[in-house]
Design a protein around this ligand. Structure first.
Ligand SMILES: Cc1cc2nc3c(=O)[nH]c(=O)nc-3n(C[C@H](O)[C@H](O)[C@H](O)COP(=O)(O)O)c2cc1C
Length: 354
């Protein structure tokens, strides 16, 4: 069965180099991007034995919602750059697999079209907070009305990261890919090289608790905060009654030099794991065994980003289905080999740095 590296290589053959770099790249020297991947290798699990492994149960609950496995598709902008199936292909693949899709504000298919086309799917809406509060609220209302079950507020883009590959390539959106959720407010300049200036000007930089409290008061949806890397921030989030956090450095696309998410996770797991707030992690997760490591280090679930984009670029919706099903098969096998019959037992697995 192909692994994610296979889909990465297939995607690289098919994608326009500008898009390939947009997907693959990180900020500046891409140190964080590399460490996100390699640091999972530096974790060793201590398998348990003497257990009846005839039944392995991967199901779990996130914010009260039942999922087939603790894996979500991370919010990634402009899925239609990969393949015309775009966000709809990802929505169908995730729904058929029983997994949650997190749809980006910068989706190339509108949040309503995704919800109407794949009504059975469970999905969260990833929100970028705009300085224009009415605009932010209009996105929140639309997500609520369309049946999204959580808001995932991304807090690690106070300013755009310095993505030198994109600057070098003059990254821009082709004519047939658009900011589908924000067509009415995004001018043509926001599709081209001025995108970064546009974000700087319009996105909220004040993501203090006053702003987040304002958002909490305006919605009945649970809030998941994406981009938490410190245990102190995780504790603050818990004190403010946040539904979940995603330990994330935006796939190495924001602060180059940030620690990897794998290294950030244990302290956060110690601080808030097992409490009322769901702890998710993303960044560099490429194998089912990495998912198992994340669970052992304190996460309740993981998000995967680039791997599903590679599947989408390789073979549209079927490629996403293949990638998600590989992750589930690998996780189930890794759990059996480590002596874990349930997600709860994965949390109890011992590990050490190696
Ligand atoms: C091409 C691309 C676009 C992304 N767009 C968004 C986005 O719109 N919103 C967001 O919160 N994160 C975005 N991210 C970050 C992902 O949600 C996620 O944090 C990251 O991809 C996880 O790392 P991985 O790609 O190594 O799995 C993007 C990542 C990539 C690679």
């Amino acid at each position: 069965m192909p692994n994610t590296a296979h889909y990465r290589d297939e995607a690289a053959k098919r994608l326009d180099p500008m898009v390939r770099d947009y997907y693959a790249g990180g900020a500046e020297d891409e140190e964080t991007l590399r460490h996100n991947v390699t640091d999972w290798e530096a974790i060793g699990l201590i398998p348990r034995t003497f257990r009846d492994l005839s039944e392995i149960d991967l199901t779990t609950r996130l914010l009260g919602q039942r999922v087939t496995a603790p894996i979500l598709t991370a919010p990634c902008s402009f899925n239609r750059l990969a393949h015309p199936d775009g966000e709809l292909g990802v929505a169908r693949a995730a729904s058929e697999a029983g997994l949650i899709q997190v749809l980006s504000t910068a989706s190339s298919t509108s949040l309503e079209e995704v919800a109407q086309s794949v009504p059975d799917g469970t999905r969260w809406f990833q929100l970028y907070c705009y300085r224009d509060r009415e605009l932010t609220l209009s996105l929140v209302r639309r997500a609520e009305e369309a049946g999204y079950s959580a808001l995932c507020l991304t807090v690690d883009v106070p300013v755009p990261g310095n993505r030198e590959r994109d600057i070098h390539n003059g990254f821009h959106l082709p004519d047939d890919v658009r900011w589908a959720n924000l067509d009415h407010v995004m001018g043509p300049e926001a599709a081209g090289s001025a995108l970064s200036a546009y974000i700087k000007e319009r996105w909220e930089r004040d993501l203090s608790w006053a702003t987040i409290g304002w958002l909490q008061a305006k919605t009945s949806l649970p809030l998941v905060i994406k981009g938490v890397m410190s245990a102190a921030d995780a504790r603050e989030a818990e004190q403010h009654g946040i539904g979940g956090i995603v330990v994330s450095n935006h796939g190495g696309r924001q602060l180059d030099g940030s620690i990897s998410t794998c290294r950030a996770l244990p302290a956060i797991g110690d601080a808030v794991g097992g409490g009322p707030m769901a702890v998710l992690v993303d960044g560099g997760i490429r194998r089912g065994s990495h998912v198992l490591k994340a669970l052992a280090l304190g996460a309740d679930a993981v998000m995967i980003g680039r791997p599903y984009l590679w599947g989408l670029a390789s073979d549209g919706q079927s490629g996403v289905t293949a990638v998600l099903s590989d992750f589930i098969t690998e996780l189930e096998r890794a759990m059996a080999l480590a002596g874990c019959r349930s997600i709860r037992e994965c949390h109890q697995l011992e590990w050490m740095a190696q």
